[in-house]
Ligand binder design. Structure first.
Ligand code: BGC
Length: 765
C-alpha cells in the first residue's frame, strides 16, 4: 500500500503534463521550464542511430522524443555496421551535387533524392544534412563537389528539386551552408567581405530560390562570418532576409561548431545549436535569468523546434524497416550518373565504341575509382564499382600487363621488390585512395606504353582528383595536371596515334581542373565526375553508348586559373610564376618563393563582385577552355525559332522546340539567357534565367519546351536604394545549348520599370 501511493502520484502528475502533439505546441511551450527550453535549443548526443552527426534532445515528461540529423548531400552517412548485430546499414552513394546540377534535369534530381530520402526514412533518421549549395566562386574550394554551380538559378532550381525529393518521403533536409562558405581555408573564422549586390544576386539568390520554391524543414547556418558577423549570429541574414523577406518558416541550426556567442545566435534567429554542449545550454539559461536574453526570443525559437519535431517520423512513431531497396537505388544511380557526365570532346565520333574493344587502361583511379568526396560529404556505401570492373563487365578486355603494374603499385611497399616497370611519380593533391592513404599517381615508362600498343585497340586514361571538407584544393598537381600525368597523356597519345589507334581520357574528378594545355591530344574526353558508387558501370555504359551522356557544365572550365577573377583573393598557394616573381598578391599574403599554405587568413575579399563564372568570361569575352552550359552528345539537336510572350504581371514565357536530328536517342538541356536593356543597372552581358531538359528523344522526334520567368527574376539589386529593380525596355532572350552556343534569339518589351524594396541588410562594415 505504501508503495502504491507514490506511484499513483507520479502517474497522476505525468498525466497532467501536456504531451506534445501537433495541436498543443503552445501548451507544451507554456509547460516547459527555462532549463528545458534551453535544452531543446541546443543539440546533444543522440543515441538512436549510430554514426548520425547529431540530433535534438528528448524531454520525456512532455512527450518530446530525440530526433536524428545525419549527413549528407550525396546520400545518408551513418555507421554501416553495429555492435551486437549482423545487420548492415550501408547507404547508396549517389552522384555528388555537382553531377546532379550537370544533369540540368530537375525531375531526375527529384527522383534520385526520393530514393535518398527513402533511405533516410528507412534507417530511422529524421533529417539529412544536405543539399550543400554554396556557389562555385572558385574551383579550388575543397567542397565544390558537394555544391551545384557557379550560377544561382541553376543551383537554386536543382536544390529545390533535391529538397522536394527528400521531403516527399516525410523526412527533412538541411539546406547548407547559409551562407558564403565558399572556401574551406579557415572556414570557422573567415570573414567573407562582400558587396551587397553580389550578396543578393549571387550568394543568396540560390538559397532564396530554394526557400521560396521548396520550403526546407531546416537550414544550416555556416561557420564563417559575413561582413564582420558570424552568419549564425546575423539577425540580418537569419531573420530580416530569411524569414521576414523570404517567408521561411522552418528552423535554422548551426553548422557543427560551438561559437561563444550562443545568446547572440538565439537572438539572431538561429534556433538550434549543433552538435551542442552543456555550456551553450547554460549560457542561454543564465542570459534569460540576468535579462540579457528575452525569454520571448527563446520561446520563438523553441516553438519552431517543436513545430519541426511534430513533423518527424520519429515523433510520429514510424516503424522503419532498416531495409531500403539498395539494389533499385544502385540501378537508378547507374542510369542517372550518365545524365550528369559531360562529354567534353569526341573527335571523329570515336565514342561510343561500336563494340567493347581491347584497351590499355592507364591511371590509378581506373582501378580504384572515386565515387564521391571525403568528409561529411562521404557516404558509407556498400561498394564502389571501379572503372576497371565496369569496363570489364561491359565486355572490354583490359590489358593485363598494364593492369598488373597498377596492381603492383597498389602494394606500395612491395613495389620495388616486384620489379614493376614504373618510376615513382609526383604526389598529387587528389590521387587514388588505396586503403587508408592517398597514393600519388605514378609515372609509367615509355616502353610500357609502347609495348602495349600492339596488344590493344585503344587506350583509356583515367585522371582522378578528390577533395573534401576542411581544406581547399591546390593549384599545382591538383587543379593543374602533375608532370607524370602530362607525360602519360602525351606518351600514350603519341604511341597510339602512330598506330592509328584512339585514346580516351576519363576525368574521375570532383571539381574543375585545367584542360586547355592538353585537351588537343586525346581523341575524346569524358568528364565522368565522381558520379556515385556505380562509377565503373556508368562509365562503361557511356563509352559503349548504352547511355548517351547529356550532362552540361554547371560551371566554366577556364583556360588558366589566373583568368578567374576571384583567384586574386582566394587564399591559397600562389602560382609558381608569381612566387618566383616574389610579388604580393593573394590579398597581401604570399608564399614568397615557397609553396606555403596560407594559414591564419581571417578574411576574404570578394572584390570581383558579380564577375563570377560566365558572368565574367562571357561579358568580358575572355576565352575559356569549356564554357558554362557546354556538353556534347552522341546525337545532334536542332532548335526551332524561340517565341516569347509577356503577360500583364511581366511574367515572361519562352517556348522553343528541339528536334533530335542525329541517329541515336538522346536528351538535350536547353538554356534561356536574358540580356537586359540599357538604362537600368549595369549587368552581365546575359544571365541564365530558366532552363529545361527534353525527355529521351528518338531520332527525328521533337519536343516543345516552355519556360516561365516571373518579372521579379529579371531584377537586379540596386544597393543604393536597397531594392530589386527591372528596367523598362527591350530584353533579348537567348536560347542556347551553352552560354556560347546561342541557337536562337527573340526580344520582348517590358512596358514599365518595376521595383521591390527590401530592408537594407548585411551592409559591409
Ligand atoms: C560540416 C557540415 C556537416 C556537419 C555534420 C560540419 O563540419 O561542415 O556540412 O553537415 O559537419 O557532420
Amino acid at each position: 500500500m505504501t508503495l502504491v501511493v507514490p506511484l499513483l502520484a507520479a502517474f497522476a502528475s505525468a498525466q497532467s503534463q501536456p504531451q506534445l502533439s501537433k495541436d498543443n505546441i503552445d501548451e507544451v511551450l507554456e509547460a516547459m521550464t527555462l532549463q528545458e527550453k534551453a535544452t531543446l535549443a541546443v543539440g546533444g548526443r543522440q543515441s538512436l542511430v549510430a554514426g548520425a552527426a547529431g540530433g535534438t534532445q528528448a524531454i520525456p515528461r512532455l512527450g518530446i522524443p530525440q530526433t536524428v540529423l545525419a549527413d549528407g548531400p550525396a546520400g545518408l552517412r551513418i555507421d554501416p555496421t553495429r555492435r551486437g548485430t549482423d545487420n548492415t546499414y550501408y547507404c547508396t552513394g549517389f552522384p555528388v551535387g555537382t553531377v546532379m546540377a550537370c544533369t540540368w534535369n530537375v525531375e531526375l534530381v527529384e527522383e534520385m533524392t526520393k530514393a535518398m530520402g527513402n533511405e533516410v526514412l528507412e534507417y530511422g533518421t529524421d533529417v539529412i544534412l544536405g543539399p550543400g549549395m554554396n556557389l562555385h566562386r572558385n574551383p579550388l574550394c575543397g567542397r565544390n563537389f558537394e555544391y551545384f554551380s557557379e550560377d544561382p538559378v541553376l543551383s537554386g532550381k536543382i536544390s529545390s528539386a533535391f529538397v522536394r525529393g527528400i521531403q516527399s518521403q516525410g523526412v527533412g533536409v538541411s539546406v547548407k551552408h547559409f551562407a558564403f562558405n565558399d572556401q574551406e581555408i579557415n572556414r570557422m573564422e573567415n570573414d567573407a567581405q562582400i558587396g551587397v549586390r553580389a550578396i543578393r544576386e549571387l550568394y543568396l539568390k540560390n538559397f532564396e530560390i530554394a526557400v521560396r520554391e521548396s520550403a526546407p524543414w531546416t537550414i544550416m547556418s555556416s561557420y564563417n562570418k559575413v561582413n564582420g558577423t558570424y552568419t549564425q549570429q546575423s539577425h540580418d541574414l537569419l531573420t530580416t532576409i530569411l524569414r521576414d523577406e523570404w517567408g521561411y518558416e522552418g528552423i535554422v541550426m548551426t553548422d557543427w561548431g560551438n561559437k561563444e556567442g550562443t545568446v547572440k545566435a538565439v537572438q539572431a534567429g538561429n534556433d538550434l545549436m549543433e552538435p551542442g554542449n552543456a555550456s551553450e545550454t547554460q549560457r542561454i539559461v543564465a542570459a534569460v535569468q540576468d535579462g540579457t536574453l528575452s525569454e520571448e526570443d527563446l520561446n520563438r525559437n523553441v516553438r519552431r523546434i517543436l513545430e519541426y519535431i511534430v513533423k518527424t517520423p520519429r515523433f510520429n512513431g514510424y516503424k522503419y524497416s532498416g531495409k531500403p531497396d539498395l539494389e533499385a537505388h544502385a540501378e537508378l544511380v547507374r542510369k542517372a550518373a550518365a545524365e550528369g557526365m559531360v562529354l567534353l570532346k569526341n573527335g571523329e565520333h570515336v565514342l561510343p565504341f561500336e563494340q567493347a574493344p581491347r584497351i590499355a587502361l592507364f591511371g590509378l583511379n581506373a582501378y580504384k575509382s572515386i565515387a564521391g568526396g571525403t568528409g561529411s560529404g562521404n557516404v558509407n556505401k556498400p561498394y564502389v564499382r571501379h572503372i576497371s570492373e565496369g569496363l570489364e563487365a561491359g565486355g572490354f578486355q583490359i590489358d593485363k600487363t598494364v593492369a598488373n603494374i597498377y596492381a603492383t603499385y597498389r602494394d606500395y611497399q612491395n613495389a620495388e621488390n616486384a620489379g614493376a616497370s614504373f618510376l615513382p611519380g609526383q604526389a598529387l593533391g587528389g590521387g587514388a585512395t588505396f586503403g587508408e592513404g592517398i597514393v600519388p599517381e605514378m609515372a609509367i615508362r615509355q616502353e610500357v606504353v609502347n609495348n602495349s600498343v600492339s596488344r590493344n585497340d585503344a587506350a583509356v586514361i583515367v585522371i582522378g582528383r578528390n577533395a573534401g571538407e576542411g581544406d581547399d584544393r591546390v593549384l599545382e598537381a591538383d587543379f593543374e595536371l602533375a608532370q607524370c600525368e602530362r607525360d602519360l597523356i602525351a606518351n600514350v597519345c603519341n604511341a597510339y596515334h602512330k598506330a592509328g589507334k584512339k585514346v580516351i581520357v576519363v576525368l574521375n574528378v570532383g571539381g574543375v581542373i585545367e584542360t586547355a594545355s592538353w585537351k588537343s591530344q586525346p581523341d575524346a574526353i569524358l568528364l565522368a565526375w565522381t558520379p556515385g558508387q556505380e562509377v565503373g558501370n556508368s562509365v562503361a555504359d557511356v563509352l559503349l553508348g548504352k547511355s548517351n551522356p547529356s550532362g552540361k557544365l554547371s560551371m566554366t572550365f577556364p583556360q588558366n586559373y589566373l583568368d578567374i577573377p576571384s583567384s586574386a583573393n582566394f587564399p591559397y598557394y600562389k602560382p609558381q610564376a608569381q612566387r618566383n616573381a616574389g610579388g604580393g598578391g593573394f590579398g597581401g599574403f604570399g608564399g614568397f618563393g615557397q609553396p606555403a599554405k596560407i594559414r591564419n587568413y581571417d578574411y576574404t575579399k570578394y572584390d570581383e563582385g558579380l564577375n563570377v563564372g560566365y558572368r565574367y568570361f562571357n561579358t568580358k569575352k575572355v576565352e575559356v577552355s569549356y564554357p558554362f552550359g557546354f556538353g556534347l552528345s552522341y546525337t545532334t539537336f536542332q532548335y526551332g525559332k524561340p517565341s516569347v510572350k509577356v503577360n500583364g504581371d511581366g511574367m515572361v514565357t519562352v517556348t522553343v522546340s528541339v528536334k533530335n536530328t542525329g541517329n541515336v536517342s538522346g536528351k538535350e538541356a536547353v538554356q534561356v539567357y536574358i540580356s537586359a536593356p540599357a538604362g537600368g543597372l549595369e549587368k552581365p552581358a546575359c544571365e541564365l534565367k530558366a532552363f529545361a531538359k527534353t525527355g529521351l528523344l528518338e531520332p527525328g522526334q521533337s519536343q516543345t519546351l516552355t519556360m516561365k520567368i516571373p518579372a521579379y527574376d529579371l531584377a537586379s539589386f540596386n544597393d543604393s536604394v536597397s531594392a530589386w529593380e527591372t528596367a523598362a525596355g527591350q530584353y533579348t532572350v537567348l536560347v542556347g545549348a551553352s552560354v556560347e552556343d546561342i541557337r536562337g534569339t527573340v526580344t520582348f518589351k517590358q512596358g514599365k520599370a518595376r521595383s521591390w524594396k527590401v530592408t537594407p541588410a548585411l551592409l559591409p562594415e
